[in-house]
Design a protein around this ligand. Structure first.
Ligand code: ZN
Length: 434
C-alpha cells in the first residue's frame, strides 16, 4: 500500500524519441534526473492512437473495448447521429473513483475523459472535450478560484489556422496558467494522488512538427522554451514533495511528421462503395441508402449492414466478402502524389475490440465498433470528413499521432518494468494503492 504521494504528470503527445533527443543534448535536466534515478522507456498507445481512448485506458487500466471509449466521435447506427463519448460512457471506474472509495485524497487537472466530473474525495478539473469550467469541475466551489486564476482548459487551436504567432503565444499563456494553478493545488494540501495533464505539447506538435523536424531555428527555439518550462515545473514538483514520492511521467501516443491527409470517404466514393443524397454532404444522414460502407476518423470503416444501420443494405451473407474486398483494395491504395503505399494493415473490428469473443460467436449486428480499422504508414492521417473534393491534401496540420514512441518515466523501476503501454501504466498506478 502506497503511503507516499504518487504524482502523475501527463504530457500529451510527447514522443519518447523527442525526450531522448533533449536528454542527449543535456536539456530537460529535471526530467532527465528522474529518468536517471528510475526508468525511461518507450511505451505504446491504444489503437487507434487517439487521446480520448488512450487516457480513458490510463484512467481505468483496461483496453478501449473494456472501458467503452473508442474515439472522440461515434455514430449511433440506428439514428446515424454523431456524438462525442465522454466520462458518462465509461464502463469501468477510474483511478479517481477507485482511490476515493478507499478514502484517498485525489487531485486531477486536465486529464481527458474526466468530463462530466463525478463526486470524488478530492478535486477534478476536466480536460479537453469538456465544455467549460462551470460544468467541468468538482466540487463546484473551486470554479470561482479557477476563474480568478484565468485558468483555461485548452488553447485556441483555431488561431493556428489564421495567426501562427498568436497561437504559439497562446500556448505559453495556457501552460503558464495551468502550471501556476497546479502549483497552488500541490501546496494546498497533501494529496495521495496528484495528476496534471498538459495538452499544449500535443497542440504544438499538430501544427509545427514538420518545421521542428526540418530544423527551423525559430521553431527549435520555441520548442526549447516550452519544453524548458515544463521541465522546470517537473523540477518544482520534485522539490516540493517528499523524497520518497513516486513520480510517473507519461504520454498517450507518439508523434510523427504528417506527409499527407487521406480522405477515406472520398476513396470509398471513388471506388463505388459510397454515394450521397446531398450535393455537399455534411453528416451521415446524407449517405445514400445504396452505399455499402463509410468511414469515421481515423481509418474506421463501417459496413452499411442491413438490420444494424439505419438504412443498411449489405446482407450478412455479403458482409465478410465485402470486408475482404475492402481490405485488399485498401492495402493497394497509393499516395496520389508519389505512389507510396498508404495503408500498412487492415484489422477486423472484432480482432481489435472483441478479442475475447470466439470468431464463431461474433455477430456484426450487435456491435458498435467499426467493421474494419485501417492502420496507415506513419505520415498518413486517415481523415473521416464525409466529403472532401480530393483524395489527399496538405493542410495546416503537419504532425500526427503515432501508436508507438510514447514514453514513460518513473522513479519506481518496478512500475516501469511492468508497463509496456499506457493501459499498463494506469493499471500499475492503481495497484500502488491496492
Ligand atoms: Zn493530438
Amino acid at each position: 500500500m502506497s503511503l507516499t504521494p504518487v504524482i502523475v504528470i501527463a504530457l500529451d503527445g510527447v514522443p519518447f524519441s523527442l525526450l531522448r533527443y533533449y536528454f542527449e543534448r543535456g536539456k530537460m535536466s529535471c526530467i532527465k534526473q528522474l529518468a536517471d534515478r528510475g526508468a525511461f522507456k518507450e511505451i505504446v498507445s491504444v489503437q487507434p492512437p487517439l487521446s480520448a481512448p488512450a487516457w480513458a485506458s490510463f484512467l481505468t487500466g483496461v483496453a478501449p473495448h473494456e472501458h467503452g471509449i473508442l474515439s472522440f466521435t461515434e455514430r449511433d447506427a440506428r439514428s446515424l447521429n454523431w456524438y462525442t463519448p465522454n466520462a458518462a460512457h465509461l464502463r469501468q471506474p477510474t483511478l479517481l473513483q477507485k482511490l476515493s472509495d478507499k478514502g484517498r485524497r485525489v487531485f486531477s487537472m486536465n486529464i481527458p475523459v474526466t468530463y462530466p466530473p463525478v463526486e470524488i474525495n478530492g478535486i477534478s478539473i476536466c480536460g479537453f472535450l469538456g465544455p467549460d469550467l462551470e460544468r467541468g469541475v468538482y466540487p463546484t466551489s473551486e470554479i470561482s478560484f479557477l476563474k480568478n486564476k484565468a485558468y483555461r482548459i485548452d488553447s485556441d487551436v483555431n488561431l493556428a489556422k489564421t495567426d501562427m504567432a498568436a497561437f504559439l503565444e497562446d500556448l505559453h499563456v495556457v501552460l503558464d496558467r495551468r502550471v501556476d494553478t497546479a502549483r497552488y493545488y500541490a501546496l494546498r494540501e497533501r494529496w495521495d494522488l496528484f495528476m496534471v495533464h498538459i495538452m499544449e505539447t500535443d497542440r504544438l506538435h499538430h501544427f509545427t512538427f514538420e518545421s521542428f523536424h526540418r530544423g527551423d531555428p525559430d521553431m527549435l527555439h520555441f520548442y526549447d522554451a516550452l519544453y524548458g518550462k515544463i521541465d522546470r515545473f517537473v523540477g518544482w514538483m520534485i522539490d516540493h514533495h517528499p523524497p520518497d514520492s513516486r513520480f510517473v511521467l507519461l504520454s498517450d501516443h507518439g508523434f510523427t511528421v504528417l506527409k499527407r491527409e487521406i480522405y477515406l470517404n472520398h476513396w470509398l466514393w471513388q471506388q463505388g462503395y459510397l454515394r450521397f443524397t446531398h450535393p455537399s454532404p455534411a453528416n451521415l444522414h446524407h449517405i445514400h441508402p445504396d452505399s455499402r460502407a463509410y468511414s469515421l476518423y481515423p481509418g474506421r470503416i463501417f459496413i452499411n449492414l442491413r438490420g444494424r444501420e439505419k438504412n443498411g443494405r449489405v446482407t450478412l451473407e455479403a458482409y465478410d466478402s465485402l470486408r475482404r474486398e475492402l481490405t485488399e483494395r485498401l492495402l493497394a491504395l497509393r499516395d496520389p502524389i508519389d505512389g507510396a503505399p498508404v495503408i500498412k494493415r487492415v484489422l477486423r473490428g472484432e480482432d481489435v475490440y472483441a478479442p475475447h469473443i470466439p470468431a464463431k460467436a461474433h455477430n456484426p449486428h450487435y456491435v458498435s465498433y467499426p467493421d474494419l480499422l485501417a492502420l496507415p504508414y506513419n505520415g498518413y492521417d486517415l481523415k473521416g470528413v464525409l466529403w472532401y473534393r480530393e483524395l489527399s491534401a496538405k493542410t495546416v496540420y503537419t504532425g500526427m499521432h503515432s501508436f508507438d514512441d510514447a514514453f514513460l518515466i518513473s522513479n519506481d523501476k518496478s512500475l516501469a518494468e511492468r508497463s509496456t503501454s499506457i493501459t499498463d501504466v494506469g493499471r500499475e498506478v492503481a495497484a500502488l494503492f491496492a
